[in-house]
Structure formats: C-alpha cells, structure tokens
Design a protein around this ligand. Structure first.
Ligand SMILES: Nc1ncnc2c1ncn2[C@@H]1O[C@H](COP(=O)(O)OP(=O)(O)O)[C@@H](O)[C@H]1O
Ligand SMILES: [Mg+2]
Length: 307
C-alpha cells in the first residue's frame, strides 16, 4: 500500500506494519533478551504469564524489566503488586521521563507501566510509536531480560514489539475461539513481523484437556499455511489460586513454587535463559556468572535480586 491511503491510515494511527526503527545497538550489544508475550483473543492470561515469567527471571538473579504495552487495558501493576507514580501517559504528555515511570516491586521485577484509561494511547501515530519504541529500547539495554506484555489482538504496538523480540510467546487456551484467533495472530506475525518461530504456551487448561493437543491443533494449521515453527512452551492449568494470586499482586511462581504450573514457567525461563547464555558464550566469565542459579526467596529484596 502507498500514497494517500497509507498517509490516511498513518494519520489515524491505523498502520499495522511494524515501524522500522533500527534496533538500538546498545540493546543488542548488552545482550538483553527481549521476550514479547502475545495472544489472539484477550483474557487468555498474557498478563498473568508475563508477571510470573518475569518473577522467575528475577529469582534466577536476572535484572528483569516488564513493559506494559497493553496501552488500553493495563494490569501488570496489579499482578506485580506495585503502584506506579507515573505512567506512559505522563511521558507522552511531557510530565515525566521513561526513567521516572520505572518502579521495582518486592519480587525484584521492574515495571515500565502503561497508562490507565487513556484509550487514545492504543492508537498512537507512526512517529509517536517509533519514538516510544526507541526510548523503550534504550531503557531495555540496562536489563538482562525484558518481557513485553501486549494488548489483545492485532494492533500496531503488538507488531512493533514482536518485530524487536528475540522470542515471542503466543498464549492460547483450548477454547476454539482462542485457537482460531491464535492462528490469525500467528499468521499476522509471520507476514508482518517476519517471525519464523513462536513459543506456544497453553493456559487455563481444565481437567481432561492436554496442552500438547492444543499445540498440535495450532501446528496443524501453521504447518499447512505458514512458514512458521511452533515450539511447545508447556501448559499452565486453570487454577483459582493463580487468579487469586494475580489479584493479590503475588505471582503464583512465588506463592506456589512447587505447583506444576510454576515448574512449567521455571523450565521455560531456564530454556530461554540458556539460549541467551549460548549467544554470549564468547564472553566466558560473563557466561559463567549468568549460569542459572535460584536466588533464595529470603534474599528477594529489590536490591538483592539485582546484582
Ligand atoms: N491459569 C489460570 N488459572 C486461573 N485463572 C487464570 C489463569 N490464567 C489467567 N487467569 C485469570 O484470567 C483472567 C485474564 O487473565 P489475564 O492475564 O489478565 O489475561 P490477558 O492479559 O490475556 O487479557 C484474570 O482474571 C486472570 O487472573
Ligand atoms: Mg493483559
């Protein structure tokens, strides 16, 4: 698409093509791993998974940032039990810098908060998105791991963050609508963000449902129609304790560390962490220092968790 149609689309903030911001060298040289969490349908558990996966990385001693990129319906602050003083709305209004918005919770995860109740932020124009993305990458470069929690569905911001990510996690539930929407999202990610691999995490599994079967159903479609490899990232059961822990701001990986769901997220984090260590293997001392080692819970103060 070009010409007046594209201009009109951009003026309305409706451009679905990811903005082409050169990836900040500092972010990549620092070895920061960017993980974007996405889904087709809303309410499948992106925010829950992001908060918990981030808490695992923090427990592994990684300096961890979560970016609330759900510019319409933010919720990571509640899931992580933090109360931000400023948010992205203040940054875009010129009242605060991105650094001013950062807030580190009791579990060692730092949050870059989205704005509450600012619907217009969900449809930023191309220039504003490009500048926001660049600023976020500059902040990201100071962390080991950055998890980006995106809004539901196929919006421009989702594609931007999928395009810059090392890993994209697609959260899906066994619900046929969630599966169909997950396929639509996978297709868009392949076509518009150039993804060739996705991690599929099955969430909210009830008794009798199998995460691997959910993965296979999605894979049957992507294998047939897309040039996309789907890695099975595991299954998280439906458990009221998970919803309750989220509402109380205590990630379940910390309140229920021996549950099967906590172990699934622990293994996922470790596998992603091992692959980023491989990428840094040329730097032997740094590699050794990054070998996963769980930080004991009693040492989990915001300072202790961030060596
Ligand atoms: N595995 C799970 N078991 C029980 N409740 C869950 C689970 N995952 C998510 N939820 C609940 O489902 C609702 C939607 O989850 P959320 O993480 O906000 O989804 P999203 O970010 O994709 O919109 C929340 O109330 C959350 O607590
Ligand atoms: Mg959410």
């Amino acid at each position: 698409m070009k010409g007046p149609l594209l201009q009109a689309q951009q003026a309305l903030g409706l451009s679905f093509a990811p903005v082409r911001v050169p990836i900040t060298k500092s972010a990549r040289q620092s070895g920061t791993r960017i993980i974007t969490i996405t889904s087709g349908k809303g309410g499948v558990g992106k925010t829950t998974i992001t908060a918990n996966l981030a808490s695992v990385f923090a427990r592994l001693g990684r300096k961890t940032l979560v970016v609330d990129a759900d510019l319409g319906l933010a919720g990571l602050d509640i899931a992580l039990g933090v109360t931000p003083r400023f948010d992205l709305g203040d940054v875009l209004d010129g009242h605060a810098s991105l650094d001013d918005t950062l807030v580190t919770g009791a579990f060692g995860v730092t949050l870059l908060p989205a704005a509450h109740g600012r619907a217009e932020l969900a449809s930023l124009g191309t220039a504003a998105r490009a500048s926001l993305l660049q600023s976020v990458e500059e902040v990201a470069a100071r962390f080991d791991v950055v998890l980006v929690d995106t809004g539901a569905g196929i919006g421009a911001t989702v594609l931007d963050f999928a395009a810059i990510a090392d890993d994209v996690v697609l959260v899906v539930t066994p619900d046929p609508v969630a599966l169909r929407d997950a396929y639509a999202m996978a297709k868009i990610l392949e076509r518009r963000s150039g993804r060739r691999e996705l991690h599929v995490l099955a969430n909210q599994l009830t008794a009798g449902t199998d995460g691997l079967a959910v993965h296979r159903r999605l894979e049957a479609l992507t294998d047939r129609f897309l040039d996309l490899e789907l890695h099975y990232a595991g299954a998280v059961r439906y458990d009221v304790a998970i919803a309750e822990s989220c509402a109380h701001g205590v990630p379940f990986v910390l309140s229920e560390p021996s549950s099967s769901s906590a172990r699934v997220l622990g293994e996922l984090a470790m596998s992603m962490d091992a692959r980023s260590s491989d990428a840094r293997a040329f730097d032997a001392p740094a590699h050794a220092a990054r070998t996963p080692r769980l930080v004991p819970l009693h040492a989990m103060s915001p300072v202790a968790a961030r060596p």
